[in-house]
Design a protein around this ligand. Structure first.
Ligand code: 5GP
Ligand code: MN
Length: 324
C-alpha cells in the first residue's frame, strides 16, 4: 500500500488524471481523490484533467471543474488513476511527462510500469479504482463530496455490485460510504439506469440489429457513424449497450462496436468466466479486465468480427483440449 499522505505532504501542485473516454470509475476516482485532497490540503493547487467527460456524470460535485490539461504546466505530483498505459491519457500525456513525481492507482490487468513501487498501488483483483482510492485516503477526512464520487466509481465498475469483481470488501466500503450525506438511490439511477430518449433508441437499435454467432454463444452488434449522425448522438450515448447485449441468455461473449471514423471501430467486449476478453483485447493493442475489455480496430465490420471471433474460437479450442 502506498503512503499517499507522505507523498503529497511536500507537494504544492497535484494533477489528477485518468484514461481517455473516462467511464464512471475514472471520473468518480478522480473527483473522489480531488475532494479528499482539497479537504486535507486547502492550500495546495489541485487540478482534475480528463478528456471529454461524459455529461452523464455531471451530477457529481466538481464535474464542472474538469478540464483538458494544458501542455506546459509542470506539477509536483501527477496522480494517474484507472490507467495502465501512458498512451491511454491521450493528449493529457504531456502533463504526466512534465510532472516531477508520479503516483499510480489502478486495477487493470495489463498495467505497464508508470511509477516505482513506492508510488504504485495496482491491484487487478480490485472491483474498481475507486475502491483503491478509498484504501489510500484517510477515512476521517472523507467528506460527502468525496464519498459520493467514490461510491459512483464503485457502482459503475461493478455494474451495481453485480459483476464477479464485487467482493465482500467492496460491499463493506460501499456500506461505509452510504453513511455519508448523499442519495445513494439517485446515484445508481443517474449513473447506471437513466437514459435519454435518444440513448434508449440507440440501445433498442443495437439490440434489434444484434446477431448471434458461434453456436449462439457470441452476440454482436454495431452502430455506424451514419446512425450516430442520424440521431445527433455521439459515442457517449452508447454507454451500457454492451452490458445489455451481454444479458442475452446463453451467450459467453458480447461484442459491441461503433464506428469512430470510416473503417475504424471502437470495440467493447464483455464475457463470463468461459472467455478471457482482456487476452483478446491485448492481442489487438487494447486492454482491460478478464470480463470487460476494449480495443480499437481498423477494417470492415466483418473484418473486425472475424478477427475477434477467431481469438474466441482459439480459447474454446484450448478449453476443449484441456477438458480432454
Ligand atoms: P469499455 O468497453 O467500457 O470501453 O472498457 C472496458 C474496460 O476495458 C475498461 O477497463 C477500459 O479501461 C478498458 N479498455 C477499453 N478500451 C481500451 C483500449 O483501447 N485500451 C486499453 N488498454 N484498455 C481499454
Ligand atoms: Mn476502472
Amino acid at each position: 500500500m502506498i503512503d499517499l499522505n507522505k507523498i503529497c505532504e511536500d507537494k504544492n501542485s497535484i494533477a489528477i488524471s485518468a484514461h481517455i473516454r473516462p467511464d464512471g470509475d475514472a471520473i468518480g476516482s478522480a473527483l473522489g481523490m480531488y475532494h479528499y485532497l482539497k479537504a486535507r490540503y486547502k492550500e495546495k493547487k489541485i487540478s482534475v484533467y480528463l478528456l471529454d467527460p461524459n455529461p452523464l456524470f455531471s451530477f457529481l460535485p466538481g464535474f464542472e471543474g474538469i478540464k483538458a490539461a494544458p501542455d506546459d504546466e509542470v506539477y509536483d505530483l501527477f496522480i494517474a488513476l484507472d490507467l495502465g498505459e501512458k498512451d491511454r491519457l491521450g493528449k493529457n500525456k504531456q502533463v504526466l511527462e512534465n510532472a516531477k513525481e508520479v503516483v499510480c492507482i489502478d486495477h487493470h490487468l495489463n498495467y505497464t510500469f508508470l511509477a516505482d513501487e513506492e508510488h504504485s498501488y495496482v491491484i487487478p483483483e480490485a472491483s474498481s479504482t475507486a475502491e483503491l482510492v478509498y484504501d489510500v485516503i484517510d477515512k476521517d477526512v472523507i467528506n460527502d463530496d468525496a464519498a459520493v464520487c467514490i461510491y459512483t466509481g464503485i457502482v459503475c465498475d461493478t455494474g451495481v455490485f453485480q459483476y464477479s469483481c464485487t467482493a465482500k470488501k467492496t460491499m463493506e466500503i460501499a456500506g461505509e460510504l452510504m453513511t455519508y450525506g448523499f442519495d445513494h438511490t439517485r446515484v445508481i439511477q443517474k449513473a447506471f439506469f437513466e437514459k435519454s430518449y435518444v440513448q434508449n433508441l440507440l440501445l433498442g437499435r443495437a439490440l434489434l440489429e444484434s446477431i448471434l454467432l458461434m453456436d449462439k454463444r457470441v452476440v454482436v452488434s454495431m452502430i455506424s457513424q451514419k446512425i450516430l449522425k442520424f440521431y445527433e448522438a455521439d459515442s457517449k450515448d452508447l454507454e451500457g449497450v454492451v452490458n445489455q447485449l451481454k444479458n442475452t441468455k446463453g451467450t459467453d461473449v458480447a461484442i459491441f462496436m461503433y464506428e469512430t471514423t470510416t473503417g475504424e471501430y471502437k470495440v467493447s467486449l464483455r464475457s463470463n468466466e468461459k472467455i478471457d476478453v482482456a487476452r483478446i483485447a491485448t492481442a489487438f493493442g487494447g486492454g482491460g479486465h478478464e470480463r470487460a475489455a476494449g480495443l480499437n480496430l481498423a477494417g470492415s465490420y466483418y473484418d473486425v468480427v472475424n478477427n475477434i471471433t477467431a481469438l474466441i474460437a482459439k480459447q474454446y479450442d484450448e478449453q476443449a483440449l484441456a477438458d480432454g
